[in-house]
Design a protein around this ligand. Structure first.
Ligand code: GRG
Length: 310
């Protein structure tokens, strides 16, 4: 990673972390225990990849339009995306789903707070996200129609047509608890695997980028280019995630997917072909930007995602 990109990511993360810290509900507005549980998972680190994508898409639109920075009005949208992402991780880690005990290098929320509070903390994070989306940013300059469009994009991506639907396919295809139901477990072929990931992880990644472009006032051509870019990027992200599960990510044990009999890219195609597919997806992402003359950090973010180690 170039020093330049590293510095860009560092500044984005600092902005996002400060805004998340300010956005979290606290006692006495809410009971201290739920505030603590929500903060525990949200402020445990994480790459902040999705909210960085939102900010970078906004920056790309700013460069294209020559407008002054739209960051203050886009930060709440970026934070909402990270709140939704964190809720999905908290719920995914529950014993009723993936039953994970470690996340972001720490014991998972249900290990620390119990299943009930972990479920509630996820519910709280999701609900807070839509509160954040609905409230005008302090900068206040973004027309309501733009914000409503971004909210609709994010809701569709997070809901049954997107992330929730993808998780349902995953459970049905051999995820936890599929086996204890009295029906056969379908296995996924390559197309089925891609379709599941497109919903489960790709949809929110795409919404992160597209909502940033919408909020910054991009025209339809740039929104469309960023949409196509993010579709390829989401695929690259997922393939790399599967590869890291085989090779061992910097912060997680290796082999959990294979041990759980989960369909993955390395299981279907092998490691070499999976690496090639990830690089191809990142190249397609870059091409989608190039074809529409979109400048800024988005292309470099694609390279970061493919070369990451966690
Ligand atoms: C519970 C509705 C519901 C959905 C869960 C996304 C998801 C759906 C579950 C996560 C399961 C998982 C580990 C999928 C692999 C891809 C992924 C989302 C990894 C975690 O995202 P990162 O790497 O995590 O961006 P950090 O911690 O860096 O934010």
């Amino acid at each position: 990673m170039t020093t330049d990109l590293a510095e860009y990511l560092r500044v984005c993360r600092a902005d996002i972390d400060a805004a998340l810290d300010a956005a979290l509900p606290a006692s006495p507005a809410c009971p201290p225990l739920i505030a603590e549980a929500m903060r525990y998972s949200l402020m445990a680190g994480g790459k902040r990849f999705r909210p960085i994508l939102t900010l970078a898409a906004g920056d790309a639109v700013d460069e294209a339009t020559g407008q002054p920075s739209s960051r203050a009005s886009i930060l709440p949208i970026a934070c909402a995306i990270e709140l939704i992402h964190t809720y999905s991780l908290v719920h995914d880690d529950l014993p009723a789903m993936d039953d994970d005990t470690l996340r972001r290098g720490r014991p998972t929320a249900h290990v620390v707070y119990g299943d009930g509070l972990a479920i509630l903390s996820g519910d709280g994070l999701l609900t807070e996200a839509f509160g954040l989306l609905a409230r005008p940013a302090p900068a206040g300059a973004v027309p309501a129609a733009r914000r409503l469009r971004a909210i609709a994009v994010i809701a569709t991506a997070a809901g049954a047509a997107g992330m929730v639907g993808g998780q349902a396919i995953d459970i049905g295809a051999g995820g936890t608890h599929a086996a204890d139901r009295d029906r056969p477990t379908p296995t996924l072929d390559a197309d089925g695997l891609r379709a599941m990931h497109q919903r489960k992880t790709g949809a929110l990644i795409t919404a992160a980028a597209v909502s940033g472009a919408i909020m910054a006032g991009g025209d339809e051509a740039i929104i469309d280019a960023i949409d196509r870019y993010a579709g390829h990027l989401g695929l690259a992200f997922q393939i790399v995630d599967d590869i890291l599960d085989v090779e061992g990510a910097a912060d997680e044990p290796a082999g959990k997917d294979a041990a759980g009999g989960k369909p993955t890219y390395p299981a279907l195609f092998g490691l070499e072909a999976s690496r090639r597919q990830a690089a191809e997806a990142a190249a397609h992402a870059r091409d989608a930007l190039g074809a529409a003359h979109v400048t800024g950090r988005l292309a470099d973010i694609g390279d970061w995602i493919v070369s990451r180690t966690h």
